[in-house]
Design a protein around this ligand. Structure first.
Ligand SMILES: Nc1nc2c(c(=O)[nH]1)N[C@H]1C(S)=C(S)[C@@H](COP(=O)(O)OP(=O)(O)OC[C@H]3O[C@@H](n4cnc5c(=O)[nH]c(N)nc54)[C@H](O)[C@@H]3O)O[C@H]1N2
Ligand SMILES: Nc1nc2c(c(=O)[nH]1)N[C@H]1C(S)=C(S)[C@@H](COP(=O)(O)OP(=O)(O)OC[C@H]3O[C@@H](n4cnc5c(=O)[nH]c(N)nc54)[C@H](O)[C@@H]3O)O[C@H]1N2
Ligand SMILES: [Mo]
Length: 750
């Protein structure tokens, strides 16, 4: 089956959600399961003691809406996970690997939940069923046969629960490596690195309550209407309380213009709430230029209005101010303004908004983190907040908006290729072995190592490594070099189809599935974007009796792999409370874990930046000096971002529409400034190829339909993962190694 409807390119929307969102989401879920089942799960979604939405990590408000505490894309996430369709042994007998490869990502996802452990034997063309005992034996044998534990890589995607993540990292470290790449490497790693260095904690500092009390909210490089729809309700509330909102984004995103709250009658029938008071459509990757220009102008203004800076906070709580100021004031402000592509008057409006306010929150998403200078972007955001004393107090601070629903929790649990000494010491103290001390491979390092045949076994805990990673063809070569690739998955994806000599599919339960042990229904825990730990408990019958829970899968792999066992894995999976006891002993902030997690709202982890007690080595918040990034761009080159459509969750494609951007029935599109379209002799719908030549490797993708769009000149936007073959493996952010998927040089060919 091909996705064969004709591509439609229509007008952009100028508001998000409303009744249409409700209708579309219900249509989606009723299409894949009975109404009874749909309502059973929706009634529990994001409710206290209910199921945490596997969609995004946006926190739940204390008072949950009776109309349902979920959004259109949350419902789509549930429909995708809990669909009744299954892909079992008959499905794999019917389709060969090559036939499956020829299908679209959308089609693959529609085939349903994985139901049986499956193996692809060396040279085979089809996956065939296998028992769990055999999959564990294969993994154990392959891992034991390696010359060094560093020849294996253990990936994690951010839906994994705290309990599963804790067991997984413990197993991997007992096995002997820190090769724990995770999706965070491709996501908010730049935030983690920048925030740890400047304010002592790699997480955001604000709570939902802060958002409601803020005077000014800056939203950099984020598209909440699609990726964190419930954030719009929070912004609506903040605006009601008097906050101003500024969006800084090359694309004019519908939800940042206006929001019609589908949880309120007014939102459904009324005109909605205007979200952005100011919308700065700067050029791709010119946020540092914008921030420097703004801060320069604030300093100039402070010469006559000293009170616009928080000099007391700067003196008592920060370090590095003089160096920062000296460097900044040497900038050529006209050049900075020019680089942004904005009118100076627009920047001046932002300066005025900032100058007149004290409680400022900066939110950001992938538009800041996925650039070569991603870490600098965030460090400049922090510089601005520090000048204003806007951190460590009510209504102010940092708000990196996390992606996967438990990506932050996985890191807290020790899924990190660069673990802290504190964690390693605790592990050694509690488990009686010395964990590996050397840094392991991040995602990009792991790909390179597989390419160089230094890593031979790849195990994925969730996710879709091939399609999420940059440089798809290079990554495919890397995975194909492995002797074993194995994936713990809920749904079929492309990573199962580009494989090592032997490949395994290990079917896993998802968030919505009920896990029973000894007649008792088990819950697991997650951490939201604002550092609150709470429970999540599935309630649906899993798709088959062969599907296992993630902690059980990990424990059994550990048992089959580790010879000297210092951990009683069976005891741990007997009752997940036993795992939580070990987490309490090992990870800071989890005192009385099993007791505290029973509170209906969960509990907050300690956060120094929230209270103004900075946990950096010098106990101060640190200003930083960041160089302007410049890259020679040829006259016929564009800067391309890869972004998400409204109908996808990362590599999972829910549908083929991006209705806020006016695109229907297709994903192979390139958004392009209208003048650029004309000057290249193109018109709407023309098909073009995009290519580049970083590091002398030719990368090309054909068949993008031109969409004339409201985006600055010289900038292009395409969808992730279709454009990933164009993102070079070596083009990564300094210090965080995050692929630069939001700024890639490309040329076009008609
Ligand atoms: N429904 C749904 N929800 C999701 C996801 C999903 O795919 N679907 N993914 C989840 C995950 S893992 C994540 S990380 C988040 C991602 O959530 P977002 O961070 O919102 O993700 P993107 O779609 O990649 O969009 C980033 C935004 O950055 C802008 N941008 C691009 N380049 C620049 C730049 O140089 N400067 C600035 N200022 N802006 C720029 C783009 O125009 C776009 O609006 O969402 C999570 N939630
Ligand atoms: N070019 C480009 N590349 C990007 C990005 C971008 O903006 N542009 N964004 C990056 C970002 S922010 C991220 S986070 C990564 C995402 O990278 P990943 O997290 O690796 O990708 P996903 O698409 O979220 O993974 C989807 C798969 O996870 C499995 N799955 C879903 N739920 C569960 C579960 O509960 N348990 C288990 N075991 N498996 C499950 C299913 O099999 C599904 O096919 O991609 C990155 N790649
Ligand atoms: Mo992400």
């Amino acid at each position: 089956m091909k996705d064969s409807k004709k591509l439609i390119i229509d007008k952009q929307a100028n508001s998000a959600a409303g009744m249409k969102a409700v209708i579309i989401s219900l249509k989606q879920i009723f299409g894949v399961m009975s109404k009874k089942k749909a309502f059973k799960i929706l009634n529990k979604l994001n409710q206290k003691e209910g199921v945490d939405c596997p969609g995004c990590a946006w926190p739940d408000p204390d008072h949950r809406s009776k109309l349902g505490e979920y959004c259109e894309n949350g419902v789509k996430a549930i429909a995708e996970e809990a669909m009744e369709q299954t892909a079992g042994p008959e499905f794999f007998a019917k389709y060969s690997i090559d036939e499956l490869k020829a299908q679209s990502d959308y089609w693959l996802g529609q085939q349903g939940r994985l139901t049986h452990p499956m193996v692809l034997l060396p040279g085979a063309k089809h996956y065939t069923p296998i028992s769990w005992d055999e999959t564990n034996a294969i993994i154990g044998k392959e891992l034991k046969a390696l010359a060094s534990p560093h020849e294996a890589a253990f990936y994690t995607s951010g839906r994994t629960s705290n309990e599963a993540a804790f067991l997984y990292q413990l197993f991997v470290r007992m096995y002997g490596t820190n090769n724990l790449p995770d999706c965070s490497n491709m996501c908010h790693e730049s935030s983690g690195v920048a925030l740890s260095k400047t304010v002592g904690i790699g997480k955001g500092s604000v709570t939902l309550d802060d958002l409601y009390k803020a005077e000014l909210i800056l939203i950099f490089g984020q598209n909440p209407a699609t990726n964190h729809p419930r954030m719009l309700s929070s912004l609506e509330k903040a605006k009601k309380n008097g906050a101003k909102v500024v969006s800084i984004n090359p694309m004019k995103e519908a939800g940042l213009i206006r929001f019609k709250n589908p949880q309120t009658v007014k939102g459904i029938v009324g005109g909605g709430t205007e979200i952005s008071d100011l919308y700065l459509q700067l050029k791709i990757n010119e946020d540092v230029a914008l921030l420097k220009a703004v801060m320069y102008k604030l300093f100039k203004l402070s010469e006559t209005r000293a009170e616009i800076l928080d000099s007391e906070f700067i003196a008592n709580k920060t370090a590095g101010f003089e160096d920062f100021k000296t460097d900044l004031m040497q900038s050529d402000v006209n050049q900075l303004v020019q680089r942004t592509g904005l009118d100076e008057s627009e920047i001046d409006q932002l300066v005025t908004l900032i100058a007149d306010r004290k409680k400022i929150i900066a939110c950001w998403g992938m538009g800041l983190t996925q650039h070569v200078n991603g870490v600098d972007n965030i460090q400049e955001v922090v510089n601005l907040l520090l000048m204003k004393g806007s951190i460590g107090k009510e209504g102010a601070g940092t708000c990196p908006v996390r992606g996967h629903s438990n990506v932050q929790g996985d890191r807290t649990m020790g899924i990190a290729e660069r673990p802290s000494k504190e964690l390693l010491n605790k592990i050694s103290e509690n488990f009686g072995f010395t964990p590996p001390q050397d840094h392991g491979y991040s995602v990009v390092d792991a790909i390179t190592a597989m390419h160089e045949k230094k890593v031979k076994v790849f195990l994925g805990m969730g996710g879709n490594f091939l399609s999420a990673a940059p440089d798809t063809h290079y990554t495919a070569e890397a995975l194909s070099n492995c002797s074993l690739t194995a994936h713990i998955s809920t749904k079929l994806n492309r990573s199962h189809l580009t494989h090592g000599k032997t490949a395994l599919i290990l079917p896993s339960m998802g968030r919505t599935d009920r896990y029973m042990k000894n007649g008792k229904s088990q819950f697991v825990t997650v951490e939201n974007s604002m550092g609150v730990i709470h429970t999540t408990q599935g309630l649906l019958q899993p798709p088959s009796e062969f599907v296992e829970s993630e902690p059980v899968i990990v424990a059994n792999i550990a048992k089959a792999t580790l010879d000297q066992d210092k951990v009683d894995w069976d005891f741990l999976i007997e009752d997940y409370a036993n795992i939580r006891d070990l987490i309490e002993k090992t990870i800071a902030g989890f005192e009385n874990f099993n007791e505290r997690v029973k509170q209906p709202l969960g509990f907050e982890l300690p956060n120094g930046a929230r209270t103004g007690d900075f946990t950096t080595p010098n106990k101060k918040a640190n200003f930083t000096v960041n160089k302007m990034y410049s890259e020679a761009i040829e006259a016929d080159e564009f800067i391309m971002m890869t972004t998400r459509s409204h109908d996808q969750f990362n590599t999972t494609i829910y549908g083929l529409d991006d209705r806020y951007r006016g695109v229907y029935n297709g994903r192979m599109v390139v958004f392009m400034n209208e003048e650029d379209v004309k000057s290249r002799g193109l018109k709407k719908g023309d098909k073009i190829a995009l290519y580049n030549n970083y590091g002398n490797r030719k990368r090309e993708v054909e068949g993008f339909a031109v969409v004339p769009y409201n985006i600055p000149k010289g900038c292009l936007a395409t969808y992730f993962p279709e454009a990933n073959p164009l993102v070079p493996i070596g083009l990564t952010a300094h210090s965080s190694h995050t692929p630069s998927s939001k700024s890639v040089r490309v040329k076009i060919r008609a």
